[in-house]
Design a binder for this molecule. Structure first.
Ligand code: EPZ
Length: 419
């Protein structure tokens, strides 16, 4: 295993390019199960989760080639409809093959994803949607076993906004006879990216990005040719916060400003200076005095839960008290114990964290627990006095492409060592 070492308090300055979005490329890769062709996808980030999804597709029989951001998925030889526990347990997003496998084989056996550090991750809405479309679904021996004699489009009303739940139903409904209308659909940009890719395969999807998505089923889908994955808005947001620390001055290129409204608004309220150059470049300058603000996580376009841990770092060094409320994953506070080890003043009250700003946090050995918490610990190391060692950074490598190298390129004193 590896750890990341950071000498903190360095003012960062320069430009960083954002990679392709993890949470967009994973469902698009799963969508390739729906056709029998050679799919080519570009701007694919080199992440552990992408490599896990490649392994999963190869387990099903696909042939994959990945190099330098270009991914080829030949799905003509997919023969299996079973997604094994060994792979699913390492990546919850494996549940995204459930819908496509039922669509392709009229049956599927996908291991239940199980919980993770940010909380119990139920898939009852995914199952509800599959049953409404005509599948019979059983949960046994830790697996979801689904089968369907006939799949028929109809209305699928979700009880809550679920990103991968919306994506799973969009995937299977694309090739379901008839029209499917998803009510209370997730509006995240990654859902839109998947819909764009499916439509390029020949699907007929309208309304992606709103809470009502209409899918008119088609008999078959063609292969994807050279689809470019959207930029990762969570990586962009993480880098924006790096720019707001230590009075840094960072330009984040290759992002989409329209995906970053909630975060930008909150960052401005803390006193950071933000300037957009066109739609795909944002410059952030950190303020000498960081103002405390309250924020709550919400489904898109609200403040993203995937940015909660990172924004908390800024609040640890702000000039007052900040109340951070986590409405999506109420237990998503594993990072607070590690931040307290650095001298942060954080109290958990239900699904909120009350943060009192301190003058400084001190570098210390800390341990990553999940993907976004690990990013927040790296940010903490950047603004901590002295040396910080972040262990278990395999969590970070699941969702960030060479984050340490990118930060080093703009002046951070950061490197990797074997644990
Ligand atoms: C997606 O997870 C993202 N992952 C997550 O990013 C992100 O945090 C999350 O959406 C929220 O934006 C991918 O896209 C691969 P949900 P997902 O279903 O789809 C509850 C990261 O760091 N729920 O939108 O699993 C659920 O418990 C990851 O990149 C049910 O109750 O999240 C949660 O409280 C972490 N039943 C809420 O809905 C269900 O059937 C939202 O979850 C499904 C979800």
């Amino acid at each position: 295993m590896e750890k990341i070492i950071i000498e903190g308090k360095t003012r960062l300055s320069g430009e960083i390019k954002v990679s392709g979005a993890k949470n967009a490329v994973l469902p698009i890769m799963a969508a390739c199960i729906l056709n029998d062709g050679e799919n080519t996808i570009s701007n694919v980030p080199d992440l552990a989760d992408v490599r896990t999804m490649i392994k999963l597709l190869e387990t099903l029989g696909a042939k994959c080639e990945y190099s330098d951001g270009e991914l080829l998925i030949d799905s003509s030889a997919i023969r299996s409809y079973k997604a094994p526990y060994e792979l699913v347990k390492t990546m919850r997003a494996s549940v995204l093959v459930l819908g496509p496998l039922v669509a392709r084989f009229r049956k599927a056996e996908v291991s239940l994803p199980g919980g993770c550090a940010i909380g119990e991750r139920p898939i009852d809405q995914h199952i509800k949607g599959l049953r409404i479309l005509g599948a019979s679904v059983r949960l046994e021996d830790g697996y979801v076993s689904a089968s369907a004699k006939k799949l028929e489009g109809t209305t699928v009303p979700f009880d809550l906004s679920t990103v991968t739940g919306t994506e799973n139903i969009m995937l299977i409904a694309s090739v379901c006879e008839g029209e499917t209308v998803i009510l209370n659909a997730a509006c995240e940009p990654e859902v839109v990216d998947l819909a764009n890719a499916l439509n390029l395969m020949g699907a007929k999807i309208e309304g992606a990005g709103t809470d009502i998505i209409t899918i008119t089923g088609v008999s078959s889908l063609g292969a994807l040719s050279d689809y470019t994955v959207m930029p990762d808005r969570i990586e962009a947001g993480t880098l924006m916060i790096a720019g707001a620390l230590n009075e840094s001055n960072l330009t984040i290129n290759g992002c989409r400003f329209e995906h970053l409204g909630a975060l930008s608004g909150k960052l401005l309220q803390t006193g950071a200076w933000i300037e957009k150059n066109g739609d795909s470049s944002i410059r952030v300058k950190g303020a000498a005095e960081i103002r405390s603000i309250d924020f709550s996580t919400l489904p898109y376009p609200g403040f993203p839960t995937d940015m909660q841990a990172q924004m908390m770092i800024l609040m640890c060094l702000a000039d007052g008290m900040s109340v951070i409320t986590e409405n999506i994953f109420p237990q998503r506070f594993m990072h607070t114990a590690e931040l307290r080890r650095m001298g942060a003043d954080i109290k958990l009250v239900g699904n909120s964290a009350v943060v009192r700003g301190v003058r400084e946090i001190k570098g210390a050995p800390i341990m990553a627990s999940d993907l976004r918490a690990s990013a927040s610990l790296v940010l903490a190391g950047l603004c901590g006095t002295g040396k910080t060692e972040v262990s278990r950074i395999y969590h970070l490598d699941r969702g960030y492409e060479k984050l340490d190298e990118k930060l080093r390129s703009v002046g951070a004193s950061i490197w990797r060592e074997k644990e």
